[in-house]
Design a protein around this ligand. Structure first.
Ligand code: ADP
Length: 165
């Protein structure tokens, strides 16, 4: 029986921290499903299709990966996909409270799915999609924190005129 894990997130956009977590998960599981939460309520900078496209590019060449979008309840989606574990990255104490609450709630909803927390390389512990978008918007250098195609996508978003629509 193959053991599959699901790694859900906004990935708006994917960073080197996300990739580090994917690689750690691949070392533990037979397959990893990277699941992009549509999260329209969060007003993502990149559309679901753009985030899927970026993930396809940055994860190209890695074996045993499936990339997909989802909305609705994570545990329902995980069950449908045949995943036995949910992967979440834990960067700092600030992530802990929310993640702990989510993990226990998901366990109540679906006792057979275990949440597994993975810590990234130290240099990625301060990295978040939110902070990368902010640096990019202000014209800072982001090349050390995201793959080249993500840096290009951020640069082209930053150069688009801002509208109030
Ligand atoms: P979400 O909106 O679900 O928090 P994110 O894309 O921000 O979506 O994060 C998805 C998952 O990846 C979360 O578990 C988050 O903690 C983890 N993550 C994000 N950035 C990093 C990083 N730099 N190092 C380790 N884990 C990370």
């Amino acid at each position: 029986m193959s053991h599959l894990a699901i790694y859900p997130g906004s990935f708006d956009p994917p960073t080197n921290g996300h990739l580090d977590v994917v690689d750690r998960a691949l070392n533990l599981f037979d397959g990893v499903i990277v699941a992009v939460a549509s999260n329209e309520a969060k007003h993502p900078l990149f559309s679901t299709e753009e985030r899927l496209g970026l993930l396809h590019t940055v994860l190209q060449g890695r074996p045993r990966i499936r990339i997909t979008a989802f909305d609705g309840l994570l545990v329902d989606f995980a069950r449908q996909q045949g995943a036995s574990a949910v992967i979440r990255g834990l960067r700092a104490v600030s992530d802990f409270e929310f993640e702990f609450q989510m993990a226990l709630m998901n366990r109540k909803l679906e006792p057979d799915i275990e949440t597994i927390f993975l810590m990234p390389k130290e240099e990625y512990t301060y990295l978040s999609s939110r902070i990368i978008k902010e640096i990019a918007r202000l014209g800072g250098a982001i090349g050390a924190f995201v793959p080249p195609c993500v840096a290009d996508a951020l640069r082209s978003k930053s150069s688009q005129p801002v509208t109030n629509a």
